[in-house]
Design a protein. Sequence first.
Length: 52
Amino acid sequence: MIHTVTDHVFALNFGKLIAEGDSQTVANDPAVRKAYIGDSDIATVAAGKAGS
């Protein structure tokens, strides 16, 4: 959704910049995924099993 409203995004973790760029690049960044999804949930989300 964010990619429809902006060309450039910033991802922060506790106020520290961890990634910036286009939305697809930032969304796929391992540091962003770890900060926003968590280590143990990355495989679950990638497999399409989130919320199960």
